[in-house]
Design a protein around this ligand. Structure first.
Ligand SMILES: [Zn+2]
Length: 343
């Protein structure tokens, strides 16, 4: 308002033949971060000298090199398929009407992948894709299975929503021939059985090889008035096949979420020899942690990009061990009154 008055005054003075000019209001400096920088698919294609078009699926876009390399992005998915191999992006691709909004870090990765180091953008922010580990505090009882009983009432009164990641047309990450969806479902079903036996009310987002979208999963949890939400996934490291271990993400604004995540990593730590990568604040704004209204976590059981961990994750004994550890974390959280129907 004030500037328009100044401009009006300036115009009046200018019109009156006066040469004085109204001062230019100060501009806000450009600040990068903490959000990751974005690029449009059209910009990426132009800079690489590639082309892009919709398909092969209804939610996909394919960027193609003159030599026939193909990079496929899917709307609302953090998976990117490069010549048939899947990688996890910093965050989801987002459809923008005949174009796509993508993380700049993906562009840099594609450039390096195809040897175009000359095109890589200078970093303009701290790479929040490098997740920072948080120390695991002794906030959760380190004693292992004290509260766990195969059939009990230890979870009486709890409503828990269990979400087996991916499914159906969405295999999730793929490493060494193992699809993420093949691992998440059996662990989720085992966890369901354990929770049900302990008198919890269990809501599943899926119980077979189908794909409810992320909004649907949140809706199931919210409308079921779950106290706890646990989304089960497995990891892919795009750059390092040696990486192994489990980790649990929680909404950065949720203190109960942090405690739930810490209880889960403690239990998995006690149950396995897999490295404990910690309970971590979600840096990506994961939909299932943003849109669910209760205490929510996303568990990454291990890395399919590592051959031995991938094969371990396909074994029923290991899946049961993981499910039992998650169950113990649920029991710890519930019996200590740390579940909450609101974040
Ligand atoms: Zn996943």
């Amino acid at each position: 308002m004030r500037y328009s008055l100044i401009m009006l005054a300036g115009l009046v003075l200018f019109a009156a033949g006066c040469t004085s000019i109204a001062p230019i209001p100060p501009q806000d400096p450009v600040v990068y971060g903490p959000e990751p920088r974005s690029m449009m698919l059209s910009e990426m294609s132009t800079e690489l000298g590639w082309t892009y078009e919709p398909g092969p699926g209804a939610y996909d876009f394919t960027m193609s090199s003159p030599k026939g390399d193909k990079v496929i992005f899917r709307d609302k998915s953090d998976i990117v398929n490069i010549n048939g191999t899947q990688w996890r992006q910093e965050r989801d691709s987002v459809d923008r009407r005949n174009d796509m909004l993508l993380p700049e870090s993906t562009f840099n990765f594609v450039c390096k992948h195809f040897g175009r180091y000359d095109l890589v953008h200078e970093p303009k922010r701290d790479p929040i894709g490098d997740y920072k580990l948080e120390p695991i505090g002794p906030t959760v009882s380190p004693t292992k299975t004290e509260a766990v009983d195969a059939t009990s009432t230890v979870l009486k009164g709890l409503t828990i929503c269990i979400d087996a990641g991916h499914g159906g047309s969405d295999p999730g990450g793929i490493g060494h021939g193992v699809q993420e969806k093949q691992v998440t479902l059996p662990v989720a079903l085992k966890l369901r059985d354990l929770c049900t036996a302990a008198s919890a009310k269990v809501i599943m987002t899926r119980t077979d090889d189908t794909y409810p979208d992320l909004d649907k999963r949140c809706e199931v949890a919210n409308s079921g008035k779950a106290d706890l939400f646990i989304s089960i996934h497995a990891n892919i490291s795009p750059t390092d096949e040696e990486v192994t271990g489990f980790e649990v993400f929680y909404n950065k604004n949720s203190e109960p979420g942090a405690l739930f995540a810490k209880a889960l990593v403690s239990a998995m730590d006690a149950a396995t020899n897999s490295p404990n990568r910690g309970a971590k604040k979600d840096p990506r704004g994961l939909r299932v942690l943003e849109k669910t209204q209760m205490t929510a976590v996303l568990v990454e059981l291990g890395f399919l990009s590592n051959s031995s961990e991938a094969s371990e994750l396909t074994q029923k004994s290991y899946q049961d061990k993981m499910a039992t550890a998650l169950f113990e974390g649920v029991v710890q959280t519930w019996t200590k009154g740390r579940a909450s129907v609101s974040k």
